[in-house]
Write a protein that binds this ligand. Structure first.
Ligand code: PEP
Ligand code: MG
Length: 841
């Protein structure tokens, strides 16, 4: 009698109910019953039972019905393993027929009886028999008795039969139709999109109705103890008299507030005792279910029933506060609070966000390259961006793609939108570093001659038009859409404190400028893992000096330009060391191909010729000379350093002189110098000899001591394979997974965006490998490199500093492989810190 009636289980304290056999709702109802809450009689159908129903297996409906006693009214609701996977909508008032209608008319009044019957006929006709919904819709002015009559007639007209009167028959049909709906293709695809396995099961819950209509205080509602947007403690919910299910929250105007409210009547005033009981019950649910629950209740003639409870729906911000508050109240351990907040959701919190409830007109769709929301006016080039910024008018830089030349424009913009590019294209990397929202590879066309933006639907936008960028969703929206502010509140800080206390892999930041470094400190990075020094050369008048250096054809001229760059670099490093207060700072020597510093069009070349006081033809000839067929595989990184040793010498000198200077004032600095794009041991030897020489010279000149660590960036496959050799001259190996991915696949990081979507859609790559580390291929290079490096030099520090460093799955991989730290853009540092802690729990 207690359990297993034909695979149906009466939910009791001891009934065998599990989430993976009966679903989350069934399990939760059992918990409510164990808390002695007034839950009406409830029966759970297991995944297996429901599957058999869908297959058409017969079952004894009468036996199921008998569980509920004499002539009951029932509801059926879905119970999937994870509530996010959805399921068919609830059906209420099963069992209504002419006889019940007559009885209820006598006991509850005609109005209530008509309403109950009508509601059931409507949902049965539309959701079970799949009749045209329009035939069963009535406007609010139609009297219920009339609507009921029309609905019953419409049913008979459509099916040729009177409305089914047998309760067992009704129940059987409802159950079977819900079981089949779950197995339909659309439902399956929808839930798979939410991460459900292909064979996810559905359980069903059959429950005796508490009516919510009729004499006395009757109605239904929901209650929760926190605000869904902020997570702040607050009694929230609505109650509607003479209603059922969730009608009170479906935007009905005549619902009551729960607590006293100036806007209208409340349950607290109308029914203080019931209200107090409800609050007690909600609190009990919170502590005993160890979660903030939304409780669904019904009052029937003054008697309270609890029908169901679900996790309070919540924003990312609320999820964080709820988890921390539960831990602070001793309801869950801190470690559990850490696991309850999805690490990625932090990115969302640390940026201003486009208000999800605001009206939006999506004008272009692309790749979400850097999160957050921004509103600004469209500009098509850097100089216009700068003039907007100088006027204090926020702008969004819209480019086909960005190049290092655009850096000033990017710094002057609040958002970046490009037509081309993927997640590690120039625009994406720089934008993430700056914490500026960015969408790349967007579905639109820039007409640079007309200075217009042509949208897929034919509309055209011009410079100065207002645009909203949603870098978290990867879309551009027309006009200025409302924003939600970023949060770094008590709850965020607490959670991060707990996370840092347990994590066992270091987290540093990639930071190029003092502004980045300050951000890195703010996000509690344990140092700088990658300072891309070339970015410092794009600032202000340095670009001109840089260009002079590149244009020098004689050694003396080059030395002269370099001498002017030295003090600038030195002051950069002094500033970085000052901000980082003794934390490690890893400075990468100059990496990009020189031509990146040159103008890309004729107009730019003319400007440069003027600045350098050279004939235009000299300038264009030099640009041609410097241009390469394959610059990313050409003279860049250490190759440039070995060909023009003056550049690395100057940088090393700037670093050492800055170290001496910083040591005079603050915590001692041990700079880390990193050589990019290495592929052979000899490259490291040459650069090491050169830099050791500079260090010796600087020591003597200044009569000061300092130490430094020289390391290698492992970003060519050969460097990973030869890591044993290379580590002999390297105190650390830092894997540059952007270039390593590019070279392992032979896949241009700047062009991959063009076909990446097709590749991922057709399953060639499970994910964009620039976005998600390819564990099998690139990952193997990482493991080989770390292993061979460590074997040759056990104390070598192993790290990753590519974009993957901030990605939770990659962090898990690196931790598993024994890496010492990961380094990522400042805004991803909190994500990395939390993700790393979650790996320990
Ligand atoms: C890398 O290649 O992974 C890297 C960090 O360097 P960059 O992105 O500057 O090439
Ligand atoms: Mg690189």
């Amino acid at each position: 009698q207690e359990s297993d009636i034909l695979g149906f289980t009466r939910i009791r304290r001891v009934a065998p109910i599990a989430v993976n056999t009966h679903g989350g709702r069934a399990k939760c109802l059992q918990r409510l019953i164990r808390l002695d809450l007034p839950v009406p009689e409830t029966v759970a159908l297991s995944f297996d039972a429901v599957h058999h129903l869908a297959e058409g297996q017969k079952f004894d409906k009468q036996a199921l019905l008998r569980v509920f006693g004499d002539a009951p009214l029932l509801s059926v609701r879905p119970s999937s393993e994870d509530p996010d996977w959805g399921g068919p909508g609830a059906i209420l008032n099963i069992g209504m027929n002419d006889a019940r209608h007559a009885e209820l008319t006598a006991s509850h009044g005609a109005e209530a009886a008509d309403a109950l019957y009508l509601r059931f006929v409507q949902s049965f006709a539309v959701h079970v028999e799949r009749l045209d919904p329009e035939l069963f819709e009535f406007d609010a002015s139609t009297p219920v008795s009339e609507a009921l009559k029309s609905a019953l007639e419409a049913h008979e007209d459509e099916t040729g039969e009177p409305f089914p009167q047998d309760a067992a028959e009704q129940l059987g049909q409802v159950l079977r139709s819900m079981a089949r709906a779950w197995e339909g293709t659309t439902a399956r695809l929808l839930r798979q999109a939410k991460g459900a396995p292909a064979d996810a099961g559905l359980g069903l819950i059959v429950q005796a109705m508490a009516l919510g209509v009729g004499p006395g205080e009757s109605g239904a509602g929901v209650i929760q103890l926190v605000d869904s947007d902020t997570g702040a403690p607050l009694i929230k919910g609505r109650y509607k008299r003479q209603s059922q299910g969730r009608e009170a929250v479906s935007g009905e105007v005549d619902a009551l507030y729960l607590t006293r409210d100036t806007r209208g009547p409340s349950l607290e005033e109308a029914q203080p005792e019931i209200f107090a009981t409800l609050v007690e019950i909600s609190k009990k649910c919170r502590t005993r279910l160890r979660e903030e629950m939304q409780v669904e209740f019904t009052i029937e003639n003054g008697k309270l029933s609890i029908l169901d409870a679900v996790r309070v729906p919540r924003s990312s911000r609320a999820a964080l506060r709820i988890a921390v508050q539960l831990a602070e109240d001793g309801i869950i351990p801190r470690t559990e609070a850490i696991t309850r907040v999805p690490a990625r959701s932090l990115t969302e919190l640390l940026h201003q966000q486009v208000d999800p409830s605001a009206k939006r007109d999506v004008i272009a769709q692309g790749i979400a390259a850097s999160p957050g929301g921004a509103v600004g006016r469209i500009v098509f080039n850097s100089s216009v961006a700068q003039s907007y910024q100088s006027r204090g008018d926020p702008c969004i830089l819209v480019r086909r793609e960005t190049t290092p030349e655009d850096i000033r424009g990017m710094h002057s913009s609040v958002g970046i939108l490009t037509e081309r590019g993927g997640v590690t294209s120039h625009a994406a990397v720089i934008a993430r570093g700056m914490g500026v929202p960015c969408v790349v590879g967007a579905s639109m066309r820039i007409n640079s001659r007309e200075r217009t933006l042509e949208l897929a639907d034919g509309r055209k936008l011009q410079e100065g038009d207002l645009l909203t960028l949603d870098g978290s969703a990867g879309v551009a929206l027309l006009g200025a859409v409302d924003m939600l502010p970023p949060v770094k509140d008590h709850w965020y800080l607490k959670l991060m404190e707990w996370a840092d206390a347990i994590r066992d892999i270091g987290v540093r930041a990639n930071a190029d400028t003092p502004m980045d470094a300050a951000l890195a400190r703010d996000f509690k990075a344990e140092g700088i893992g990658l300072c891309r020094t070339e970015h410092m050369f794009f600032e202000g008048d340095r670009l001109t000096v840089m260009r002079e250096m590149i244009f020098a054809s004689r050694h003396e001229d080059r030395a002269e330009a370099i001498a002017r760059l030295l003090p600038m670099q030195r002051s950069d490093f002094i500033e970085l060391f000052r901000i980082m207060e003794g934390l490690p700072v890893c400075i990468r020597l100059f990496d990009p191909p020189l031509h990146e510093f040159l103008p890309s069009d004729r107009e730019g070349a003319k400007e440069l010729a003027e600045a350098l006081d050279l004939p235009l033809s000299d300038v264009t000839r030099r640009i041609e000379w410097l241009s390469e067929f394959n610059p990313m595989l050409g003279m860049r990184g250490v190759r440039l350093g070995i060909t023009f040793p003056e550049i690395y010498e100057m940088q090393a000198r700037a670093i050492f002189e800055a170290t001496i200077e910083a040591n005079k004032h603050g915590a001692p600095v041990v700079p880390e110098i990193m050589i990019p794009l290495v592929s052979a041991k000899r490259e490291v030897e040459l650069v090491k000899t050169q830099i050791d020489g500079v260090a010796a010279a600087v020591r003597t000149e200044n009569g000061a001591e300092f130490t430094y660590r020289l390391g290698v960036m492992v970003e060519t496959p050969r460097a990973a394979l030869r890591a044993g050799d290379i580590a002999q001259n390297a105190a650390f190996l830092s894997f540059g997974t952007n270039d390593l991915t590019q070279m392992a696949y032979g896949l241009s990081r700047d062009d991959a965006g063009r076909f990446m979507n097709a590749y991922v859609q057709q399953g060639v790559f499970p994910e964009d490998p620039f976005h998600m580390l390819d564990f099998e291929g690139v990952g193997e290079l990482l493991k080989i490199g770390a292993e061979r490096g460590r074997l040759a030099r056990p104390d070598v520090t192993v790290a990753v500093c590519g974009e993957h460093g901030g990605n939770p799955e990659s962090i898990a991989f690196c931790r598993e492989a024994g890496f010492d730290y990961v380094s990522c853009s400042p805004f991803r540092v909190p994500v990395a810190r939390l993700a790393a802690a979650q790996l320990v729990v």
